[in-house]
Every structure is written in C-alpha cells, then in structure tokens.
Design a protein around this ligand. Structure first.
Ligand SMILES: N[C@@H](CCC(=O)N[C@@H](CS)C(=O)NCC(=O)O)C(=O)O
Length: 206
C-alpha cells in the first residue's frame, strides 16, 4: 500500500488530493521535514515523499504525481495519450516545480536568502519574492481564463498541483484579489469532496 509523508499545507497536498481522487486505500504519515528521524528516510528534508511496498523512498512532487497516474491509469488523471496532451501536462508540472514553487521559497523562508538577519533585509527579500510570485501567478491566471482545468477540459494531476500553490496565495498581502481566475479555480477545487477530505485530514482550513 502507498504511504504518503506530508506536512500540513505544503505541496504534499497535491499527491494527497490525487490519492483521494483515486480512491484506493493508502496510508498517511505527518512529519516535520527537518526532523532527523524523517531525514533518515528522505535526506533532502522535504515533503512530499512516498513509499509503495518495497519501492524505497520516492520524492519530488511532480514525479510522485506522475507515478500515481502510471500506477492507476483507470483514474484517468494523466495525459490523454496524445503527444500534445502529454507535453501540456508536463509543461504545467514543470512550471509548478520549477517556477511557482521557487518563487514562494523566499516568501516562506526569507532567512535562507537574506545576507543578514535584520528585519529590513528579510522584508526586502519578501518584497522580491512577491514580484516573482506575481509574475507566475499572472501567467497562470491568464491561462485559466475561461477554463476550469489546467490541461484540456478534464481533471488531471496538474489541477491538484495548481491547487496546492494557488492556496498559498491566500497568504499574500492582497490574497488572490488580483488573480480572478486563480480565485475562481481555488473556490471550485474547494468544493470538491476529495479536496475537502484531504484538507480535513491535514487539519487545514483554507
Ligand atoms: N523539489 C521538491 C521540493 C519539495 C519542497 O521544497 N517541499 C517543501 C514543502 S512545500 C519542504 O518540504 N520544505 C521543507 C524545507 O525546505 O525545510 C519537490 O518538488 O517535491
């Protein structure tokens, strides 16, 4: 059985939602990413991670999401089999891993980027992060104009990954007010019962 290692409210909510969409039994384990015991499993000290039977520890959110589509093709959460659709799915997964997530790192952990510990420097780093986030959120907002899903007109793993990061937008000074399509996508996803179950299991409210 698959076991998902997560910390509440992190990008681990993406594979968690996908496991709920799939509807097969799985185990959940809440961890602190930098906990020494957890780091024996995942030396990167990051979530999500997964173990599937004797797979050993697997990590990297986008790879875990793809793994789930390969393991459970009947759930139809991957690409639709065409080259163009496969590209579309991969490009959005890459966008979240390579552009959106890194834009949030200095917002959540400015101390890792600031050259000193002064509050002024840390807030300057956060200001820079806001500009990076704005750039990727504008791009995503434009893509979602008139659309309910990231790829094609059906639910895929990219929607779950998008939800994980759009959710963080609620922590921005202006929340999601400047990104109407992201706000709409977020509210629609929140109505999804599987999303609600995953959020309740993680103890997160918004
Ligand atoms: N490249 C990794 C990044 C994972 C990652 O940074 N996860 C965050 C939570 S969203 C984390 O565990 N951070 C803990 C830390 O960096 O200390 C992936 O895509 O899975």
């Amino acid at each position: 059985m698959i076991k998902l290692f997560y910390a509440p409210g992190t990008c681990a909510i993406a594979p968690h939602i996908v496991l709920e969409w799939i509807g097969q039994p799985y185990d959940l384990q809440k961890v602190k990413p930098r906990d020494p015991e957890y780091m024996k499993l995942n030396p990167l000290g990051q979530v999500p991670a997964m173990i599937d039977g004797d797979s050993g520890v697997m990590n990297q959110a986008d790879a875990l999401l793809k793994y789930l589509t390969h393991k459970y093709p009947e759930a139809q959460l991957g690409d639709n089999g065409t080259l163009q659709d496969a590209y579309e799915l991969d490009r959005w997964l890459a966008f979240f891993t390579g552009d959106v997530h890194p834009a949030f790192y200095p917002f959540f952990a400015p101390q890792r980027y600031a050259p000193d510990d002064s509050p002024e420097t840390q807030s300057q780093v956060k200001e820079k992060a806001l500009a990076l986030i704005d750039r990727v959120f504008k791009h995503l907002d434009a893509h979602l104009e008139g659309k309910d899903h990231l790829v094609g007109d059906r639910r895929t793993i990219a929607d779950a990954y998008a939800f994980a990061m759009i959710r963080w937008g609620n922590l921005l000074p202006n929340r999601l007010t400047e990104y109407p399509n992201l706000a709409r996508f977020y509210e629609t996803m929140r109505q999804d019962e599987a999303v609600q179950r995953a959020m309740a299991q993680q103890g997160i409210k918004f």
